[in-house]
Structure formats: C-alpha cells, structure tokens
Design a protein around this ligand. Sequence first.
Ligand code: SF4
Ligand code: SF4
Length: 239
Amino acid sequence: MKNGKIRTRTYILISLMLLLPLLAALYSPFLMVEGVKSGIITLSFLVFAVWLILSLFMGRSVSCGYTCPYGALQEILGGYTNKKPRSQRANKIRYPFAVLFIIIVSYSILKIGGLKGFDLLAPNGNPKLVILIPLFILTTGILSIIFGSRAFCKYICPQGVFLTIGTELGRKIKIPSLLLETNHNCSNCELCNKSCPMGLDVNYMVKNDTMDDLNCILCGECIKNCPKNVINYSFNIKD
Ligand code: SF4
Ligand code: SF4
C-alpha cells in the first residue's frame, strides 16, 4: 500500500519533467521577479504564495517534493550521482542567495511604488525570459548531473529557504503538520540514505530521533525504500 502510494510520486516526477517546457513559466522564479519589477503579480508569484501557505501544514512536500518540475528534473538526472549523505554545513550556502533574492524583490517593489495588480503571464513576452528560462533549466540539470540529485535545491534555491521557514513556523506555532515518524526496528542497512534525493543522513536521523530535519522535503523515498518499515508519515503537532 505504502509503496503503491509513493510509487505514484515517480510517475508525477516523470510527468513534471516531460511537461517542464510548458510548466516553466508557471513555476519560474524569473517570471515572478520580472513581474514584481513591473509591479505585476504573476501566476508564478501566486503558485509560490500557495506553496508558502501550504508549507505551514505540509512542510516542503507539496512544493519541493511533489509539484516542482525543476526539482523533478534534478532528481531524475542526478539520481545516480550522489549516494553519500552530504555535509550539513553545506546547507547554509543557500542563505546568501535567499537574502539577495529578498533585496532584489524588495528594492524592485519600492522602486515601482508597490504592486499594482495581476497580469498572470504578462512578462512572458519579455525577450530576457526566452533566454533565462531555458538557461535555468539547463543549469539546474547540469548541476544535478555533476553534484548529485537536487543540487540546486540543496545549495542555491531561495524559494526553498522561504518554504523551510514556513515549515519551521508551522511547527513552532504548533499546528498539525506532515512529519516523519519512526519505530525501533532499524537494521542500519542505510538504504534510506541511498534513496534520499536531498542527500540527508536518514539513518543518523532515525537513530537520533531527528526526523524533523528542515532540509527534508517529505518526499517519502526513505519510507518506500526501508525494508523494515521503520519510517512512516504522520500528521501531528510536533512535540
Ligand atoms: S529524509 Fe526521507 S522524506 Fe526526507 S527528503 Fe530524504 S528521502 Fe525524502
Ligand atoms: S532503510 Fe530502514 S532499516 Fe535501513 S537504515 Fe534506513 S531506517 Fe534503518
């Protein structure tokens, strides 16, 4: 049953990757920034706002784990590159990118005198985007091939930082949210480590009861691959 449910994710990822040329604008951070610079709220802005609200309850599962086509692309292309847990210190590299993102967006909004309205796909005709979006797709793909699954998510993505903050906020204000829970049947086979697209040391997390790692995108790959059924989803208030 659990495998059936989570296998669905594989089909979702493949579909997202194949549809990326069509979905690129919908999820594009560039479209969002270009829109904001013109005082316009775009569809990609709204998608991100929905992701942010959902992160309070669902962590990064709905966004990063199940619906981001760029994440899907990186996971599929980099799935065979990175099989060792990564250094936790490396996670911090993405924070300066998030700060830069905030500065650019805030400055743009102030300069234009505030957001003026909706025009969902307006900056689509912007010639810059015709170059930037394919370049972004190419860069995220190449980074994952070289540095492993979801390299861009792990080390650069500013949106991921905000979704992490949303996840932490939901847990801090004690609303029920999607979490990982474990039992004590672990055999230390480390198959969970090999399956984690975010390169987390899941075996360590299980042994030390730290399943609330904020770099976890709640994708469920460790659940699917654990032969002892040690890990599972729960929907609870975090202790
Ligand atoms: S710890 Fe498990 S649920 Fe979290 S990102 Fe890794 S594989 Fe996915
Ligand atoms: S896959 Fe399961 S049994 Fe193996 S180390 Fe991970 S939690 Fe333990």
